[in-house]
Structures are given as structure tokens and as C-alpha cells.
Write a protein that binds this ligand. Structure first.
Ligand code: SF4
Ligand code: SF4
Ligand code: FES
Length: 332
């Protein structure tokens, strides 16, 4: 996987260098142009890295700093001079002399359509930045018609594997379905799933190497599934929660957050974030505690922690209820 840290790129950073001496390795620099601006980035940087160096806001869904790019959402595409198709900026490596456009009519149309197709079929109400992207690209998901009825619990798991039903043309197909509540730690609300593969990557070779989940089905029936669609508690899942940590839409969510949202009490403006060290073992994982009303409501880990790279085990991710119990007892 691509875990080589990309140092911040600089504009006009001088002469490319390839020198390797016994004392030090001199970084090779690649120069390219993005939206008419020259930018220099370290060899291996992506077009997305170059965009970030120029403060060009680029929508992403399936990309994450701590995962291997899988290029499935295509919301980050850019126009590359000389290329027949638009290219995903999150994975395309910069090459010398590239001429990139990030806001051309082709790029805007493509991003708009991706956003419309996703928003018409998936509940993106808890996806950060969505309103901003919709406004910027003029996305109108409602143009595909009124939403189709939601599926019943378990219906999508048994929906004609490999067969594509002809749409009725009057409704926008949706992946709406009831959330899966099969354990006390986290909820899988696949009505919010954009099939970005991030959870599968985090559960597999990019972090956990447990392989409890995979993409099953094809086309519109594709979904994240456990083996034989078993409940998580009967699957290979070890409840590390690394899938929750990377999910971009809130489809995977801490049970406590799910309950607070359902009660209308989830309020990030009232939450404090404190980064500390996990108390359980000697590894020293960094934990960021999200606290609301004196209760830990979820735990994440900083992406720039060299120990965790944002990933945790079940103890760090979920083993904090005792702190809440202690607070409740001392308040009582
Ligand atoms: S909690 Fe961990 S083991 Fe379970 S599905 Fe998520 S990433 Fe895989
Ligand atoms: S559950 Fe979340 S992380 Fe997994 S594929 Fe769906 S949107 Fe992506
Ligand atoms: S973020 Fe680049 S393809 Fe998804």
C-alpha cells in the first residue's frame, strides 16, 4: 500500500534533483501545471497532493490518507492534457510537464453527474461537505424522479444475484433499507453506503487483515457483506472498528452516535476532542476521545500517529464505557 508520507509540496521548488549519496538521499522533484499554476511535488505524489499544495479543494469519497487508492467513486477526476479520459486525481501520480485542469466543463459535468447519481440512490445526509459540493457543481439529484420504496430488511441480500431488473423509469432506484443492529458496538446503515470499498480495505490488507467483509453481488445489487450474510457477531469480525474509522458517509457508526442521532441529541458543536494514549497495553496507541456532555461518544485515532496510522483494536476503539460508568456513579 502507499504509505510513503508525502511531504507538503512547494511552488517553484527549484531544480529537480536525483542525487543519492552515502550520507543522504536527495528527493526528486516533479514539476507540473495545475489550473495554469506551476507546482513542484516530490516524486510519487499524486495529482491530489499537487491540488492540496495549491489549496485547490477536491472532492473525494473513496480516497483516504491511510488506505491504498481504489479509484471507485470517480468524484475526484481531473482533466489531463493528452489523456483520452478523465483521470482520478487521488491515485494518478504526477509526471513532469503534466498539464492538469480541475475545474473545466468536462470535469464539472463528470463530478456533477457522480454526485447526482450517488445522492439520488444513497442517503448522504451524514456525509461531510456534500452540500458544499452540490452547490459548487449545481448537482440536482431530484431530476431522476421520486425515490423508489426502500427495501425490507434482508431483501437486498437476496435480490436476484447477477440479474438486473429493468428500472420502472418513474422512480430513482435507491439502496434504502433498515440499518443492521446486530451488536452493541456499532451499526451498519447500508442505506448510506456508496460502495467506496474503504471498509473492505481497512478490514483486509490495509490494516486489520481479518477479511470479515467483502463486496458481494454485482451492479446495483452490489453491497458490503459478511460471509453468508451472517450477523457480525457470527462472522470473522473482531470489532476493531477500523471500518468505522474510514467510512466517509456515516454508514458505519458507533452505536452511541447512532442512538444519540436517533434521539436528536448528537451535537458535534458541543463535543471536545482530546488525544491521549490508550491505557490497555504497552503499544502506546494514540486515541482521540470525542466527548459530549461529559460522556465519551466515540474514539478515533490521528492519521498522523506513527503507531496507529488511524487504526485501532477493539480495546482502544470501544473499551471506554467504564469511564462513562465511573462518571455516572460519581455524579449519582
Ligand atoms: S470491525 Fe474490524 S474486523 Fe470487523 S468488519 Fe470492521 S474492520 Fe473488519
Ligand atoms: S460502508 Fe462506508 S466504508 Fe464501507 S463501502 Fe460503504 S460507504 Fe464505504
Ligand atoms: S476519491 Fe478518487 S476515485 Fe474516489
Amino acid at each position: 500500500m502507499n504509505r510513503k508520507p508525502i511531504e507538503p509540496a512547494t511552488k517553484e521548488r527549484g531544480t529537480p534533483a536525483t542525487e543519492r549519496t552515502s550520507e543522504r538521499i536527495v528527493e526528486r522533484i516533479v514539476e507540473l501545471s495545475v489550473d495554469g499554476q506551476k507546482v513542484s511535488v516530490p516524486e510519487g505524489a499524486t495529482i491530489l497532493d499537487a491540488c492540496k499544495a495549491l489549496a485547490i479543494d477536491t472532492p473525494t469519497l473513496c480516497w483516504a490518507e491511510n488506505l491504498t487508492p481504489v479509484n471507485v467513486c470517480r468524484v475526484c477526476v481531473v482533466e489531463l492534457e493528452g489523456a483520452r479520459t478523465l483521470v482520478p486525481s487521488c491515485s494518478r501520480k504526477c509526471e513532469p510537464g503534466m498539464v492538469v485542469k480541475t475545474d473545466s466543463p468536462r470535469v464539472r459535468t463528470s463530478r456533477k453527474l457522480v454526485l447526482e447519481l450517488l445522492s439520488s440512490s444513497v442517503d448522504l445526509s451524514t456525509t461531510p461537505c456534500l452540500d458544499k459540493w452540490h452547490a459548487h457543481y449545481g448537482a440536482d439529484p431530484a431530476r431522476f424522479g421520486p425515490a423508489a420504496a426502500p427495501a425490507h430488511a434482508g431483501e437486498r441480500e437476496h435480490a436476484h444475484p447477477g440479474h438486473h431488473d429493468t428500472p420502472d423509469g418513474a422512480h430513482a432506484a435507491r439502496v434504502a433499507q433498515p440499518p443492521k443492529l446486530d451488536n452493541e458496538l456499532f451499526v451498519r446503515d447500508y442505506a448510506k453506503c456508496v460502495l467506496c470499498y474503504k471498509c473492505v480495505e481497512a478490514c483486509g490488507t490495509d490494516a486489520q487483515n481479518t477479511f470479515a467483509i467483502a463486496i458481494a453481488g454485482r451492479g446495483f445489487e452490489a453491497r458490503v457483506a459478511t460471509e453468508l450474510d451472517l450477523p457480525l457477531t457470527d462472522s470473522a469480525c473482531v470489532f476493531c472498528g477500523n471500518c468505522i474509522g474510514v467510512c466517509p458517509t456515516g454508514a458505519l457508526v458507533f452505536k452511541r452516535e447512532f442512538d444519540l442521532r436517533a434521539a436528536g441529541e448528537w451535537d458535534e458543536a458541543r463535543q471536545t476532542l482530546t488525544t491521549t494514549v490508550c491505557p490497555y497495553c504497552g503499544v502506546g496507541c494514540a486515541l482521540t476521545l470525542h466527548v459530549q456532555a461529559n460522556q465519551i461518544v466515540k474514539v478515533t485515532s490521528p492519521l498522523d500517529s506513527s503507531v496507529t496510522e488511524g487504526h485501532l483494536c477493539i480495546k482502544g476503539r470501544f473499551g471506554w464505557q467504564y469511564a462513562g460508568e465511573k462518571t455516572k456513579r460519581s455524579e449519582g
